[in-house]
Design a protein around this ligand. Structure first.
Ligand code: ZN
Length: 148
């Protein structure tokens, strides 16, 4: 009986571990859109991985996308400075402290990933994910909901 209880607890514990979402999986296409408008992650994740896929055909120079994670209030400043930094800098100013995490810019047919510690996010904070390519942020953005 005691052994049975222990294995039930073990199952419950592994179920709880699975409940924490530690990845941000997005697709950005030739229509300048992400496939999601909301992603939920857990601040308790040791590492949160951004997985970006570009299922389109256009090259990075004309329809390149990245994923930037930041506070909503910082988005405008980040994209303004990112536009000046240019494609070679992945449209992110070097050393921009407002950027919590970002991937590189990719074109059609490519994939990229980037990881950051969940401890960089605060539960219930007002975060966005967006593409910082010039003009894209207006439509390529969504809410990053942070849970415990
Ligand atoms: Zn984009």
């Amino acid at each position: 009986m005691r052994i049975l209880l222990a294995s039930v607890l073990l199952l419950a514990a592994s179920g709880a571990a699975h409940a924490a979402n530690c990845s941000i999986d997005l697709k950005g296409d030739d229509a300048m859109k992400f496939d999601k408008t909301t992603v939920t992650v857990s601040a308790s994740c040791k590492a949160i991985t951004i997985n970006l896929e570009h299922p389109g055909k256009l090259p990075a120079a004309t329809m390149g996308h990245n994923v930037v994670i930041a506070l909503s209030s910082d988005m405008q400043g980040i994209v303004n400075d990112g536009a000046k930094a240019g494609l070679a800098a992945n449209y992110v100013k070097a050393g921009d402290a407002r950027v919590i995490a970002h991937t590189s810019i990719i074109g059609g047919g490519a994939k990229t990933s980037a990881s950051f510690p969940g401890s960089k996010l605060k539960v219930g904070g007002d975060y966005d994910f967006f593409c910082s390519a010039p003009g894209h942020w207006a439509v390529m953005k969504g809410k990053l909901v942070v849970t415990k």
